[in-house]
Design a protein around this ligand. Structure first.
Ligand code: AMP
Length: 189
């Protein structure tokens, strides 16, 4: 069983690379952004709670995010490996994830951080906004999302670096080249 965290700022290509990795390795994909969007679209009690927060571009509080994540893990007791996409985004979430993995006698084996500079990110998200029409990608929210990344989420990197689990991959370039680089890391160990 291999568990992987795909890490990176909004617009880094986590969704695109996740799809390819799932196809190749059969991971169970857990994207907290997709889960929150499902809840808001279906107007569930959780969706009602997080809608405004998401639309502002802010992070959903850890307590809510971690309990949704735990529920998702519990739904997949037979998974042969998880790919976490958009989670963890705070050190508290990273600690909770390690705890959940340990409780199931497993661990986060790989953290792949997609490195993309801020200018490229803003261009990508602006493009995605026109294609997917995602409400949280509107111009005024973009700044907040990028700020949340650089003020909170970036601190997750030293957490994994200290534990020797961090692998950084250049996220700018050809999609297949980036994919092959990630596969090389996973296949080496
Ligand atoms: P994403 O598609 O991963 O960029 O997530 C979209 C939005 O969902 C984010 O801007 C946050 O409001 C919320 N969200 C997703 N994942 C998390 C997380 N791990 N922690 C807090 N908020 C999250």
């Amino acid at each position: 069983m291999i568990n992987l965290v795909l890490f990176g700022p909004p617009g880094a290509g986590k969704g695109t690379q996740s799809e390819k990795l799932i196809k190749k390795y059969g991971f169970v994909h857990i994207s907290t952004g997709d889960l929150f969007r499902w809840h808001t679209k279906n107007d569930t009690p959780l969706g009602k709670k997080v809608k405004e927060i998401m639309n502002s571009g802010a992070l959903v509080p850890d307590e809510i995010t971690i309990s949704m994540l735990k529920e998702e893990l519990d739904k997949n007791p037979d998974a042969n490996g998880f790919l976490f996409d958009g989670f963890p985004r705070t050190v508290g979430q990273a600690e909770a994830l390690d705890k959940f993995m340990a409780e199931n006698n497993t661990a986060i084996h790989f953290v792949i951080a997609l490195d993309v500079n801020e200018k490229e990110l803003r261009e990508r998200i602006a493009k995605r906004r026109t294609v997917e029409n995602r409400a949280d990608d509107e111009e005024e929210k973009l700044n907040k999302r990028v700020t949340e990344y650089f003020s909170k989420t970036i601190h997750v990197l030293p957490f994994y670096e200290k534990a020797g689990r961090l692998n950084t991959v250049n996220g700018v370039g050809n999609i297949d080249d980036i994919f092959n680089e990630i596969c090389a890391i996973l296949d080496k160990k």
